[in-house]
Design a protein around this ligand. Structure first.
Ligand code: UN1
Length: 506
């Protein structure tokens, strides 16, 4: 299975991890291993980028920008449409590779490729809708308007957990905006990045275009730092931990560049007494256990009304017991492994620490005795004030708490440093509206009768506070990939100054 899919997607036993117009044959950075987290065994080797290779990629991205940014946006959209079609043809194969390299189940692996296809479609439409405003001028015979220009080559740093979808949110939108890209994927998921590059490379070659989508695989701290400090990249879009985001933000701010940050979440859902508990249970299960708790949007805190807490907890424990854990490519499996040994260790440490702080493990939280990085998801009775509850542990641990009044639940909900996604389960209109009001959830995403994960691409995706404030994907998130120009044309004969200022020679 592994070999067939690797072959189909053009992956060899040793691969170049650097693409600029074409694959650089022997990049000079250190070798990286792609490990299948379900077996703990390597799948292929990847040669990473040295500084010299990075320079080549960046030059190519700059050169590519000169040509690409001059194409009419709908023409750029047409090329993204062809990429979307190529992805449709490779949905199964690429989805399986995502499963093999990240450990997420096949439905989610293929779902991730679907997310790429969706944002490709969205971007095609967007390529004809990069609208600017016309503004009423206060001066006679003046016309004011704004227009949007491409920004330049941009840097995109992505995480292991959505190794291809998050790149495509940035890449396809930025591409129709006229930008070219330098992509640094997580060094844990180099093969999916190479496979994507192979798919789109064929489309671009037919169009005689290159230097648009470039790739630079390598050590995150090192290449990330080069990118953050590089004035030739006016925008750095980065997805990952808050610690990584702070480093990137600092370095980019030093040169007054622009960042788009999508960092940690510590997402919570409130279950109110009027909720449809059946629906809530299923939605919560997916949000807490899906992708083995390794989404930015994973549900990490559950705030239950005291009147339903006992019953709901019992049902949740029963459901957790039924989750089949195993090889993520098997049909009946709902939860695959964590990404790496270090992730298992961090989860085990977190489980110990929360108990030291007074938390009680109600279910799970143990490592499974088998090869690969498998764990049981954990349900933990906790108190909102425990320091661990403030932290994002990138693993399937769900902290459960109770509340009496909705105001109190909202206060607990907002009392963490992160602010990505949130949800409330209620059939009470007033409760739902309060949660969505300015007094309610302080997150970038707020849902009613839906838990925290599984957002559609049509909305702007991102969060507040330590989540970094960035917005990617749909709505008007495209604006961050362009530069705004305010233009005023004077078509009269007399000078007139704004604010009524007179400046005459007499
Ligand atoms: C992420 O975890 O970085 O909303 C992205 C979701 C997915 C994207 C998650 N559509 O859960």
């Amino acid at each position: 299975m592994t070999n067939t899919v690797l072959q189909k997607l053009g992956i060899h036993s040793i691969n170049s991890g650097v693409f600029s117009g074409d694959w650089i044959r022997k990049p000079k950075g250190p070798e990286i291993l792609s490990v299948n987290p379900s077996t703990g065994k390597p799948m292929a080797r990847v040669l990473s980028a040295s500084r010299e290779d990075y320079e080549r990629v960046l030059e190519k991205a700059q050169k590519g920008f000169k040509k690409w940014s001059l194409l009419p946006p709908p023409r750029r959209g047409e090329i993204v449409r062809k990429i979307g079609e190529a992805l449709r043809k490779n949905r199964k194969a690429l989805g399986l590779l995502v499963t093999l390299e990240t450990g997420k189940i096949l439905a989610e692996g293929e779902g991730e490729v679907q997310e790429m296809i969706d944002i490709a479609d969205f971007s095609v439409g967007l390529s004809r809708q990069l609208y600017g405003l016309t503004i009423a001028s206060e001066r006679p015979d003046h016309r004011m308007f704004e227009q949007w220009h491409p920004l330049g080559p941009i840097g995109v740093i992505t995480a292991f957990n959505f190794p291809v979808a998050v790149w495509s949110w940035n890449a396809f939108v930025a591409a129709v905006c006229g930008d070219t890209l330098l992509w640094k994927p997580s060094s844990r998921t180099p093969l999916t990045a190479i496979a994507v590059q192979n798919i789109i490379r064929k489309v671009l070659a037919k169009e005689e275009l290159d230097g648009v989508f470039n790739l630079c695989i390598g050590d995150g701290a090192e290449i990330g730092e080069w990118m953050a400090q590089d004035r030739r990249l006016p925008l750095i879009s980065a997805t990952g931990s808050c610690a990584m985001g702070k480093r990137v933000a600092e370095a980019v701010a030093q040169r007054l560049g622009r960042t788009l940050l999508e960092l940690g979440g510590n997402n919570a859902a409130i279950v109110a007494p009027s909720a449809n508990l059946d629906l809530a249970l299923r939605s919560i299960l997916f949000a807490a256990v899906g992708t083995s708790g390794q989404r930015c949007t994973t549900l990490r805190r559950l705030i239950l009304h005291r009147s339903i807490a006992k019953k709901f907890t019992r049902q949740l424990i029963r459901a957790y017991k039924q989750i089949s854990i195993g090889e993520p490519w098997k049909k009946e499996v709902l939860m695959g492994p964590l990404i790496a040994e270090s992730a298992v260790q961090r989860m085990m440490e977190a489980a110990e620490e929360i108990q030291r702080q007074g938390g009680k493990i109600l279910y799970g939280g143990k490592r499974l005795k088998r090869s690969g990085y498998f764990v049981q998801p954990a349900l933990v009775q906790a108190d909102p004030k425990m320091p661990m509850v403030q932290e994002e542990t990138f693993a399937p641990i769900l902290y459960m708490m109770t509340y009496d009044r909705l105001e109190e639940a909202i206060q607990i909900h907002n009392a963490v440093p992160q602010g990505l996604s949130s949800g409330i389960f209620t059939n009470d209109l007033r409760e739902a509206e309060l949660f969505l009001s300015a007094m309610g959830s302080d997150c970038g995403i707020a849902n009613v009768n839906i838990a925290t994960s599984g957002a559609e691409i049509g909305g702007a995706f991102g969060g507040e506070k330590e989540t970094g404030g960035g917005r990617e994907a749909g709505s008007d998130a495209w604006k961050v990939y362009m530069r705004r120009q305010t233009c005023t044309i004077h078509f009269g004969k007399n000078l007139s100054l704004a604010q009524g200022v007179r400046f005459d020679l007499g």
